[in-house]
Design a protein around this ligand. Structure first.
Ligand SMILES: [Cu+2]
Length: 151
């Protein structure tokens, strides 16, 4: 090995060490974000939305980017309602549980039908800040609300 090669080898090793360090930082930050995996014990924020007299109550919800969030819908009316999430859950992972009936389309979750006295939980981690309107699309129901996702 001549002097020139030795110099480049040193730089090469330094470069690899920097790449490994950078990758470990990336992995570290990725691991600190909450996921929906059962092993993830990150605390959840729970928000209960009551549906009563054809209204979502509260109508405006505030959540945070990266905060594991559980929306709990309780239909206290004697009739069927729907939760249409709009773009809120587009491109992110979510879980739907409870007595609601989720319906899907090519974009993801189209809506969840909420039976009378039923409860549906939607667990997700908000990804993008913004205001996401939601509504009930059953005929004649003029019901809407919005989720405000803050940084
Ligand atoms: Cu409705």
């Amino acid at each position: 090995m001549n002097r020139q090669t030795g110099k480049w080898t040193t730089w090469g090793v330094a470069g690899i060490l920097m790449a490994v360090f950078w990758l470990s930082c990336q992995t570290g930050s990725a691991l600190s974000l909450p996921t929906l995996a059962p092993s993830d014990s990150t605390p959840e924020v729970e928000i209960t939305i009551k549906i009563q007299n054809r209204r979502f109550e509260p109508g405006v919800l505030q959540v945070r980017v990266g905060q594991k969030t559980r929306l709990i819908f309780k239909n206290q009316d004697a009739e069927l309602h729907a939760f249409v999430p709009g773009g809120l859950l587009s491109g992110i992972s979510f879980q739907v549980s409870g007595t609601g009936a989720p319906e899907f389309n090519l974009k993801g979750l189209r809506r969840v039908l909420l039976p009378s006295s039923g409860q549906t939980d939607i667990l997700f981690v908000p990804g993008q800040p913004g205001v996401y309107p939601f509504f009930c699309d059953l005929p004649g129901h003029v019901m809407s609300g919005s989720v405000v996702v803050k940084e």
